[in-house]
Ligand binder design. Structure first.
Ligand SMILES: [Ca+2]
Ligand SMILES: [Ca+2]
Ligand SMILES: [Ca+2]
Length: 136
């Protein structure tokens, strides 16, 4: 089980460079397994946000712990990238020139509830992930 998990993580991390996004979208079970920290076979909101906490460091180029508009734009995909200005403004609840971790996760929680968990059972299913990838 552990071994399979490690392999899935390797594949997922290698995927963006090695494979086009559509290939990643074809492995939704693997994505859920990667995000599923408590091992219940499902990805809940907390697990989804835990993943996004790690992504902040990935896009935080000036390493101030927060995302400015340019950094935030890089973290978005597909159509949301074009709407980065609007999303940034909407998410920037505390004001200032950057999104704090709390504000960034607030946005991701909104995405999870509005666009990912379509049947509102509190979990992202492989099917819901696949739909999200198709929508981008
Ligand atoms: Ca879980
Ligand atoms: Ca920053
Ligand atoms: Ca769901």
């Amino acid at each position: 089980m552990k071994k399979a998990r490690a392999l899935a993580v390797c594949l997922l991390l290698a995927a963006p460079a090695a494979l086009p996004p559509v290939a990643l979208a074809q492995q939704p079970g693997m994505v859920i397994a990667f995000l599923d920290k408590n091992g219940d076979g499902k990805c809940d909101l907390n697990e989804y946000l835990t993943y996004h906490v790690g992504r902040i460091a990935e896009f935080d180029k000036d390493a101030d712990g927060e995302l400015n508009l340019g950094e935030f734009r890089e973290s978005l995909q597909g159509r949301s990238k074009q709407n980065a200005n609007v999303i940034f403004k909407t998410s920037n609840a505390e004001g200032g020139r950057t999104l704090s971790q709390k504000e960034f996760l607030g946005y991701q929680a909104f995405v999870f509830k509005q666009y990912i968990d379509l049947d509102h059972d509190g979990f992202m299913s492989p099917e819901e992930w696949q739909k999200l990838m198709g929508a981008l």
